[in-house]
Design a protein around this ligand. Structure first.
Ligand SMILES: *Cc1c(COP(=O)(O)O)cnc(C)c1O
Length: 464
């Protein structure tokens, strides 16, 4: 989708190793790639947890003053160094001038969200007026569905993935119930083929073609949280709209991870959270997108005073003069402390481009994939040797930075051993360990250290 201009990672790795006269598994390769990485200085914009501060670390196995191997940016991104500074600025303003802070200073509180929204334009590929910063992801998903899901007697279904994130599943289920619909008949869930982990585009398109006339809304993730699969957003959008459906995306795992062009792709609506790849802290201010083609036709089902135009908002005359488009969906005044954290993070993104980040990301994840396959492919001649399977698609256009791994030995023991060795990642039921090297603050050497820790963790887990 977005990677046609990027060189395949194996080609870069092989070319570089051959220039260096070393093998692809040599530490030299990682160190060289870091040295020549234009993005390497961004690491300094973040607090990277030290080995000694991790709760489940075994200090006999690591150097306590070293940085941990943080591969959890898909779940909670690291803290940008400026978060504290910006929070202090607003706390001080509040302490010194109280309510005057609403209209004064670097971020007048009334327009706190609007002061930083321009940083999101290139991250999601949308016009400023198509993007809102408000609430949390699930709240925004509900607000969007309240507008876009208007079931009729013939078109009443919502199409989603069978293994959608629980919150999305519950949101859809409860929206159907709100309309008094039969959940079983209206919730159309698409699953991978028997024996497969990820969805095939042809199967998604076939369901849309066959069932499209009865589907009101298609809601897909951009990148699947469990498998790491990146969906073809423009193709799903086009196919769904050709059948008369609204097509929306939950971009929780896509935003800040892959290139997005929501406006050009004609996506109807989207939402995302800002604490994963966008590094803005747990419960951060979330994002919401409504395409400008709907600005004057779609209205919020629920209204609040921050959806009223600013010029007359404070006239308090109780005659709602609604802002067209997504910003009319705002209900409350923006939470300024969350704005501070988001600003500190988005400012970093504004110093580069998603295309540049993605270029490094493809190589970084490709490097990790190569090393895992090299050391841990299933070996038919050595049936005792543990192996690791990568569930995430191998094709660079079908994944972001995350790889989901499954193991021939119990995953929980491997995970515990990784934690002792300072690898911060997560396990997800039923059987996957997710690792996400992110291009902003992870290095090639982090990946190299991860592979060493993995070797030691697998040996230790095997002995249990
Ligand atoms: C992380 C995530 C959520 C979390 O929802 P919140 O409302 O931010 O708690 C929801 N959906 C998906 C797909 C996610 O990845």
């Amino acid at each position: 989708m977005d990677s046609t201009s990027h060189e395949l990672p194996m080609r870069t790795l092989e070319r570089t190793a051959s220039q260096l006269g070393c093998s692809l598994t040599d530490e030299k390769l990682a160190l060289y790639l870091d040295e020549h990485d234009n993005l390497k200085n961004f690491q300094e914009c973040f607090h990277i947890p030290k080995m000694k501060d991790l709760p489940l670390i075994d200090l006999s196995l690591v150097n306590e003053d070293e940085n941990s191997i943080y591969l959890l940016g898909n779940s909670l991104g690291l803290q940008p160094r400026n978060v504290k500074k910006y929070l202090e600025e607003e706390l001080e303003k509040w302490a010194k001038m109280g309510g005057y802070g609403h209209e004064i200073g670097k971020r007048p509180w009334i327009t706190g969200d609007e002061c930083i929204v321009h940083h999101m334009i290139n991250i999601v590929g949308a016009h400023k007026d198509e993007i809102g910063l408000m609430n949390g992801l699930t709240v925004n998903l509900h607000l969007l569905l309240l507008s876009f899901f208007k079931p009729t007697s013939t078109r009443f279904k919502i199409l989603l993935e069978a293994k959608a994130f629980p919150s999305d599943h519950y949101a859809i289920e409860s929206q159907l119930q709100l309309h008094g619909l039969n959940v079983e008949k209206s919730m159309l869930m698409i699953k991978p083929r028997e024996g497969e982990d990820t969805l095939r585009m042809e199967d998604i398109l076939e369901v849309i073609e066959k069932e499209g006339d009865s589907i009101a809304v298609i809601l897909f993730s951009g990148v699947q949280f469990y498998t790491g699969q990146l969906f073809d957003i423009p193709a799903i959008t086009k196919a769904g709209q050709a059948k008369g459906c609204f097509v929306g995306f939950d971009l929780a795992h896509a935003v800040g991870n892959v290139e997005l062009h929501l406006h050009d792709w004609g996506v109807d609506f989207a939402c995302w959270c800002s604490y994963k790849y966008l590094n803005s802290g747990a419960g951060a201010l979330a994002g919401i997108f409504i395409h400008e083609k709907h600005a004057y036709t779609m209205k919020p089902a629920l209204a609040g005073w921050f959806g009223h135009k600013l010029e007359s908002r404070f006239n308090m005359d109780n005659k709602l003069d609604l802002i067209p488009g997504v910003n009319g969906y705002r209900l409350s005044n923006p939470p300024i402390l969350l704005v501070c954290a988001l600003e500190a993070s988005l400012e970093i993104f504004s110093q580069t481009t998603m295309k540049t980040l993605r270029r490094k990301s493809i190589l970084l994840t490709g490097y990790m994939e190569y090393l895992i396959k090299h050391y841990y492919s299933k070996d038919k001649t050595a049936s005792n040797k543990p192996f690791v399977k990568i569930m995430t698609p191998s094709h660079i256009e079908h994944r972001g930075c995350q790889l989901t791994l499954t193991f021939s030995i119990p995953m929980k023991s491997v995970f515990q051993e990784l934690e002792k060795r300072g690898v911060v990642c997560d396990k997800r039921e039923p059987s996957g360990i997710r690792v996400a090297p992110v291009p902003l603050y992870n290095s090639f050497h982090d990946v190299y250290r991860f592979i060493k820790a993995l070797a030691s963790a697998i040996s230790a887990a095997k002995l249990k």
